[in-house]
Design a protein around this ligand. Structure first.
Ligand code: TTP
Ligand code: MG
Length: 435
C-alpha cells in the first residue's frame, strides 16, 4: 500500500502523520487521579508490600520514585529498600519521611476504566487507532492535520495537533501522556519516549534521519540488550552508525531482522497503522504540490482516490452507505460534502460517480488537497467493536482504515449534507497550531 502513486502527489505532504501516545507512569497516574494528595509524591504501584508479604513486583513507579531507583518489574523487596513505605517511615525513627514513598496495590479494573476514557478521546481525534497495550496506541492522523509549517516556519500543523491530543487527555481524563509525532510508526514510538514525562516530540519528515542519528542503538524498537551488545562489537553504537552500515553484513548476521533494523535506523518504515477493531469509515487523501484550479487534474485525482477507497472496502468485505469528499482550499479551509444512499452498497462505480458529482461545486476553486471517504460501513458478519478498556495485544487487520467516532458536523462550510467527522483544519489551526 505505497503512498505517492497517485497523481498530483507531493512526497513531503503526502507522508503519513503517525502519533504514538504513551501514558506516563500510567498506573501511578491513575492512583493520583483518585487520590490527588499523591501529586508530586513518590508513588509505587505493585504487589507484595504489605507487612507479612514478601513476594511481588513493581508494576510502575512515579517519576519521583524512579529517582530512588525504583522501576517496573523490580522485586518489591528491592523497591522497599530503595524507597521505604511512608507508613513505616512515620513509625521508625531510623527512617526519613522525606525519603519515603506511597505504595498502592494494582487495581486493574480501575486502570482499564481510565484507559477506556483515554481511548474514547483517541478514537475521536483519529480515524485509525491501533491499541498496543493498556496505555499505548498508534494513531494515523494524516487526514486530520498536515506537515505544512505554520507561523514561525518551524512548527507544523501536526505539532499543534499533537498538543491538542495531549491537552484533551489531560483536561478530560486528568492523566498525563507523552506524544510522539512522526511520518512513521517506529520513529513516532521513539519520539514519544524521548522527552517523558509530559513530552511532545515532533519529527518532521525531512528531519527523521537527523533525529535518529545520535540515538544509542538500544533505543530502536526491537533492539534488546543482546542485539545491542552484538552491534557494539561490530562498532555500531548509534542509529546513525547502523544507518551507514552495510545492509548485507547486517543481513548475514541477523537475518531478516538485520535488514529491518537497518531500514528503521534510516527512518524507512512504511507500515500502515492498522486499526484494532473494525473501521467505521475508509478514506484516502492526496495533496497537490501547488494548489491547482485545473478541473481535469482534480477529477483525475478524485477518481484515483475513489477507486482506491472502493477497492479497500471490497477487499475488507465492507458495505458503505455514505460517500463523501474532502476539499482543502487555500489557506487551509476544509470542506466536506457527502451523499447518503438508501441502503448499504459495494459499488466502486458509484463511489467514483458520487465523488465526481460532489466535486463539481469546487470546479473553479484552487485546491490543495482532495480526499474521498466511504462511511456508515457494515460487514456481512456484523459484530460490535469492543468499547471497553484498551485491548491487550494487537489486532491484525490490514489496511489503513479507521474506527470512526460518530460523525460530527463540519462547522467550516455551509451547504449540503456534511458528515465527514473531521476536525476542521481551519478551526484547529487558529486555536492550537500557533500557540
Ligand atoms: P509502560 O508504559 O511501560 O510504563 P509506565 O506507563 O508506567 O511509565 P512510562 O511513563 O515510562 O510510560 O507500562 C504501562 C503500564 O503497564 C504501567 O503503568 C504498569 C504496567 N506494567 C507492569 O505491570 N509491569 C511492567 O513490567 C511494565 C513495564 C508495565
Ligand atoms: Mg506508559
Amino acid at each position: 500500500m505505497g503512498d505517492g502513486t497517485l497523481p498530483g502527489v507531493q512526497s513531503r505532504s503526502e507522508a503519513r502523520i503517525v502519533l504514538h501516545v504513551d501514558m506516563d507512569c500510567f498506573y501511578a497516574s491513575c492512583e493520583r487521579l483518585r487520590d490527588p494528595s499523591l501529586a508530586g509524591e513518590p508513588v509505587v504501584v505493585g504487589m507484595g508490600f504489605e507487612p507479612g508479604e514478601s513476594h511481588g513486583a513493581v508494576a510502575t513507579a512515579s517519576y519521583e520514585a524512579r529517582k530512588y531507583g525504583v522501576e517496573s518489574a523490580q522485586p518489591i523487596s528491592q523497591a522497599l529498600d530503595a524507597l521505604p513505605r511512608m507508613a513505616d517511615a512515620r513509625d521508625d525513627p531510623d527512617l526519613d519521611v522525606g525519603d519515603a514513598g506511597y505504595y498502592r496495590p494494582v487495581d486493574m479494573s480501575f486502570y482499564k476504566s481510565v484507559a477506556g476514557e483515554v481511548k474514547a478521546i483517541l478514537h475521536d481525534v483519529a480515524d485509525t487507532v491501533r491499541e498496543v497495550s493498556v496505555d499505548e496506541a498508534y494513531l494515523d492522523v494524516t487526514d486530520r492535520t498536515g506537515w505544512e509549517t505554520v507561523a514561525d516556519g518551524d512548527r507544523t500543523l501536526a505539532e499543534g495537533y499533537g498538543r491538542y491530543v495531549k491537552q484533551r487527555i489531560a483536561r478530560e481524563v486528568g492523566v498525563p501522556a507523552s506524544v510522539g509525532v512522526a511520518p512513521n510508526m517506529s520513529t513516532a514510538k521513539i519520539a514519544s519516549d524521548y522527552d517523558k514525562p509530559d513530552g511532545l516530540v515532533v519529527v518532521r519528515p525531512d528531519r527523521v534521519r537527523q533525529f535518529l542519528e545520535p540515538l544509542p542503538v538500544d533505543e530502536l524498537h526491537g533492539v534488546g540488550p543482546v542485539t545491542a551488545s552484538e552491534l557494539r562489537s561490530m562498532g555500531i553504537e548509534t542509529a546513525g552508525d547502523l544507518a551507514r552500515a552495510d545492509p548485507a553484513v547486517l543481513g548475514d548476521r541477523f537475518g531478516e531482522r538485520g535488514r529491518e533494523l537497518y531500514a528503521r535506523a534510516r527512518g524507512d518504515d512504511d507500515r500502515p497503522v492498522t486499526p484494532t477493531g473494525r473501521p467505521k469509515s475508509l478514506s484516502r487523501e492526496s495533496a497537490f504540490t501547488e494548489p491547482t484550479t485545473e478541473p481535469s487534474r482534480k477529477r483525475e485525482t478524485v477518481l484515483a482516490l475513489a477507486a482506491d477507497v472502493a477497492d479497500r472496502a471490497t477487499q475488507r468485505g465492507a458495505l458503505y452507505r455514505t460517500i463523501g469528499i474532502k476539499v482543502v482550499t487555500p489557506p487551509y479551509d476544509v470542506h466536506t460534502r457527502a451523499n447518503s444512499l438508501p441502503g448499504p452498497v459495494d459499488d466502486p462505480a458509484l463511489v467514483e460517480e458520487v465523488a465526481l458529482s460532489l466535486l463539481e461545486e469546487f470546479e473553479a476553486d484552487p485546491v490543495r488537497k482532495l480526499g474521498v471517504r466511504v462511511s456508515k460501513l457494515s460487514f456481512g458478519d456484523e459484530e460490535q467493536t469492543s468499547l471497553d478498556g484498551f485491548a491487550a495485544g494487537s489486532g491484525d487487520d490490514e489496511a489503513d482504515a479507521s474506527t470512526d467516532a460518530e460523525p460530527r458536523p463540519d462547522r467550516s462550510t455551509p451547504g449540503e449534507e456534511r458528515s465527514s467527522g473531521q476536525v476542521s483544519l481551519g478551526d484547529f489551526g487558529s486555536r492550537d497550531a500557533g500557540s
